[in-house]
Design a protein around this ligand. Structure first.
Ligand code: ZN
Ligand code: ZN
Length: 258
């Protein structure tokens, strides 16, 4: 079985209809960020939210965690379908992950509706730390963003396949070191084809040109762009391909094998 990545969204902060903010699921059970609506998007591609074993947060900005209460609610409402449903395991930046899980749980009002209680297990990570479980290893580097965040190298322990994905980040060469020689880099491209000088980059995002430059420096085989508004994706792709030809924008629901 190859390692697979199913893209549930590639859009920027506020997605268009039928789209979602950047999020994807690895091997149909390790979800990366929740977008606005990851649970419902998974169902569209035949993946049950009950199958999610780990949720990995790149960082805790709203467009990356808004879908968490929905995911938790789906799992408790449908847990009769799965007599033994282990708690969702959530990995994320140490500074924010506990707070975001508490906020999502509060939205479900579990004190008033105790039947909705199914507390996740939380694994806070400090950027630079690694995480290991039976299925995969995660190595991390800090991203350049206004809140604490990480780029992750995911290694599938069953297949040995590895790839790197970023959350939101400005151009940051340590990400190229993390991705050195790997078959795939998934990198944000919020600014599309527009180059934003560092002194104007207060939101600390990347352009498609920045992403392509990181891919070129890393010597990866392929670059997948994410976190770019739909109307800008075609232009962003063309600009990135001039620097790094093996660049693509995953389609909604596209499955990529590593
Ligand atoms: Zn974002
Ligand atoms: Zn962000």
């Amino acid at each position: 079985m190859p390692t697979t990545i199913t893209f549930l969204g590639t859009s920027s902060v506020t997605p268009a209809a039928q789209h979602d903010t950047a999020c994807f699921i690895i091997n149909r059970k390790f979800l990366v960020d929740t977008g606005w609506n990851a649970a419902i998007n998974m169902l569209q591609y035949g993946i049950s939210p009950l199958d999610v074993e780990y949720l990995i947060f790149t960082h805790c900005h709203h467009d990356h965690y808004l879908g968490l209460p929905q995911l938790l609610f789906y799992r408790v409402m449908r847990r009769r379908d799965r007599p033994i449903l282990p708690p969702l395991k959530i990995i994320g930046p140490a500074s924010d992950v506990r707070k975001v899980v508490a906020l999502a749980t509060n939205l479900l009002q579990v004190e008033r509706f105790p039947e909705l209680s199914h507390p996740p297990e939380i694994f806070p990570l400090i950027p630079g730390e690694s995480f290991e479980c039976e299925a995969f290893t995660l190595d991390t580097v800090k991203s350049l963003h206004p809140v604490e965040g990480m780029a992750y190298k995911f290694t599938d322990r069953a297949t040995g396949a590895a790839f790197v994905f970023t959350g939101d980040t400005a151009f940051h060469p340590p990400i190229a070191d993390l991705a050195r020689g790997l078959p795939l880099l998934i990198h944000e491209a919020s600014y599309g084809a527009k180059r934003v000088p560092p002194e104007e980059n207060r939101a600390l995002h990347s352009s498609a040109l920045d992403a392509a430059e990181i891919a070129r420096m890393a010597g990866v085989e392929r670059l997948a762009l994410i976190h770019c508004a739909e109307p800008q994706q075609a232009e962003a792709l063309a600009a990135a391909q001039k620097i790094f030809p093996h660049t693509f924008f995953p389609e909604h629901g596209q499955v990529v094998e590593v």
